[in-house]
Design a binder for this molecule. Structure first.
Ligand SMILES: NC(=O)c1ccc[n+]([C@@H]2O[C@H](COP(=O)([O-])OP(=O)(O)OC[C@H]3O[C@@H](n4cnc5c(N)ncnc54)[C@H](OP(=O)(O)O)[C@@H]3O)[C@@H](O)[C@H]2O)c1
Length: 336
């Protein structure tokens, strides 16, 4: 099966970009910058003057993306650090390298990278490949970089942790289940690719995107209770024509013909990054805010607006379960 990314016109992004404040003097760490929203976000914050740390697994794509951003912004400080989110050991090494490279601290940590509807396979740590890539490794990365975020918050007055979720957080039952966060990779329902009728690949993806929101909600409450100056925010890109669908089709999670039709409803990667960049850069963005092209299941395109965290994951039971299972998965406590 094959599918080539469908090109669609950027409508809002250039006007939006002009409203963003300077990021001069700020250090921004972003996962998954080889394509899509992470790539747009990295280029935009480099343009705004930030020091940008790219966290990518090793590949020709990663090297190419690094060279492109370096040549687009020759005066900017851009560092590419190897980080494979399918491996906790790699995430720990990457965090150490970030701390060495950024003695000034980290102003913005953007947990962007993701994969969608992949086969029922385990990482070498034993977890579902989607849950470890999309949530568990980002949980670990946040824990490892927490002192760097605190340092930046102390000197700059604030720092931010930004997670990237999806409309998929709402499908199908809005309940986060413990089994998806456990060491059961490869035993979580098989490879059914039915997006509309509860295919297991999609159920696992939906759980990861719900986990991104529950993580934000848990962080937000813990940070507020601790009187921290670190903000926790979450974004979603609507439906955006990035590399995400290309990877999914290649893995058998979507048909090429259907994807081509479906992505006719999508927006460009640039327009899809407005939510993420709002969380990362907007001066008035508050902890506990959610930015994207609207709140409902049909919010597939348009300008990013702010709304609140939603009760189906922002509740004590879900927040505590997410935190406990994520700590168990990484084998360490994360105390705030
Ligand atoms: N596009 C949409 O319509 C849509 C909708 C809702 C939510 N999202 C979310 O948006 C985020 C960004 O996705 P995108 O749409 O921009 O897709 P994309 O173009 O495929 O970008 C995904 C990025 O994640 C990286 N990545 C994947 N696995 C990784 C790993 N093991 N270690 C390190 N990096 C890894 C990819 O790097 P490689 O080159 O190494 O694969 C790539 O840079 C994801 O969290 C996704 O769930 C997207």
């Amino acid at each position: 099966m094959s599918y080539q990314k469908k090109e669609v016109k950027t409508i809002y992004f250039n006007e939006f970009k002009a409203t963003l404040p300077s990021m001069q003097g700020k250090t921004v760490v972003i996962t998954g910058t080889t394509s899509g929203t992470g790539n747009v976000a990295a280029h935009t914050v480099a343009h705004l003057g930030a020091k940008v740390i790219l966290l990518n697994r090793k590949s020709e794509r990663s090297e190419k993306a690094y060279q492109e951003i370096k040549s687009a912004f020759p005066k900017a400080e851009i560092v590419n650090i190897e980080c494979d989110l399918q491996s906790f050991a790699s995430v720990r090494e990457a965090a150490k390298a970030v701390i060495r490279t950024c003695p000034e601290g980290v102003n913005v940590l953007t947990n962007n990278a993701g994969v969608m509807a992949l086969k029922d396979e385990a990482t070498k740590d034993g977890f579902d490949v989607q849950m470890q890539t999309n949530h568990l490794s980002h949980f670990l990365l946040t824990k490892e970089l927490f002192s760097s975020l605190t340092k930046a918050a102390d000197s700059a007055g604030e720092a931010r942790i930004v997670n990237h979720s999806s409309i998929a957080r709402m499908n199908p039952k809005k309940i986060l289940l413990t089994k998806y966060l456990e060491k059961r990779g490869g035993n979580l329902g098989g490879d059914s690719a039915s997006m509309l009728f509860g295919g297991a690949r999609w159920l696992r993806y939906n759980q990861t995107k719900l986990a991104n929101c529950a993580f934000t909600a848990a962080l937000h409450h813990k940070l507020q209770n601790a009187g921290s100056k670190i903000k926790a925010l979450v974004a979603h890109p609507g439906l955006s024509n990035t590399g995400l669908q290309v990877t999914t089709v290649k893995d058998g999670g979507m048909g090429g013909f259907f994807t081509d039709l479906f992505m006719g409803f999508g927006q460009s990667p640039e327009d899809g990054t407005m939510g993420l960049l709002s969380c990362m850069c907007k001066s008035d963005a508050q902890s506990g805010e959610f930015y994207g092209p609207g709140k409902g299941v049909m919010a597939m395109k348009g300008k990013a607006i702010a709304f609140g965290l939603e009760p189906f994951y922002d509740n004590e039971e879900t927040r505590s379960m997410l935190w406990q299972k994520s700590c168990e998965a990484i084998g360490e406590d994360f105390n705030i």
